[in-house]
Write a protein that binds this ligand. Sequence first.
Ligand code: CUA
Length: 352
Amino acid sequence: MKSFIRLSLMRISWPRLLGLLVILPLTAHADLNGVHQVLEPAGPQAARIAELWYLTVLICSVVFIAILAAVIYSLWRAPRVNADSPPDLNAFTHDEPKVRHWVIFSVITSTVLLLVLIVASILTDRDLKNLSVVDALHIEVTGHQWWWEVRYDDAGLTKVFTTANEIHVPVGKPVIVTLKADDVIHSFWVPNLTGKADLIPGRTASLRFRADKAGTYRGQCAEFCGHQHAFMAFQVTAHKQQDFENWRNAQLQPAAEPQNSRALHGKQVFMQSPCAMCHTIQGTDAQAVTGPDLTHVASRKALAAGTIKNTPENLAKWISNPQGIKPGTNMPPTALPKEDLQSLVAYLGGLK
Ligand code: CUA
């Protein structure tokens, strides 16, 4: 056993391990869904949350070091004894004013520090809720097991459309997200932008945020909602105003018509297969709302709520065996002859 421990210790490069422990939480974790990092704020609210975190870490570190120092000091000062030493009953018979002072000082300091943390937490929460929403963009997000329905609302009804799992916003403009749930409780969380908010069936909640830095930020469902909770991701992409307008105008268009005979056949396959019973493709007869809107599915980076990259191969795998990629998903497998599957993928791949 001893030699095993010694061997294990020798194999670890300590500077490297320490470096990893320090650096890992501070480096951005980015995947196909974008950056996911609480300590890299891209908006005013995430910046306030990061400040609260640094304050908490600072206070807790100081207290931790002080306690360790006190423990080491008391061990060092403790009288040296052995099994034959008589019990030390001094404390029962003699007053120890010095010790009493230290206990009172520690209780007061702990109370004050806890109060500082509570007040800082309340102020942060207030700042999150007080973000100005003048001229805000309105988005309605509905949580489903396990994907996100995203509806862009507009008072004039001229700019209303629905998409899934990928949210686009203009940089510097406030966004109001109305949150609903279709089945169980989910939680909307984009750490680079703001804190979490729950989506509760039968209730409507809302959250506001503003992205001040362009980029793609990874969002994640933050409330355990069943088997594929971990694969309920989404993206928020913040663009320059003009790029956002271009994206929105493209999303408002009906689906692109098939450009070749293979894609045309794919469209027929879609309309005659179970696909059309769950999905909408604007401009066609497919108008079901059980699954994600596919009008512009090819413009999305990922499939199955951020689970896999949106490539023709992955799309074919997803259609023929979704349970193999995301066990428990409500999407049933669709058995198609190879030709039909390829045509279907070609059609969906053209829906930019
Ligand atoms: Cu939805 Cu966890």
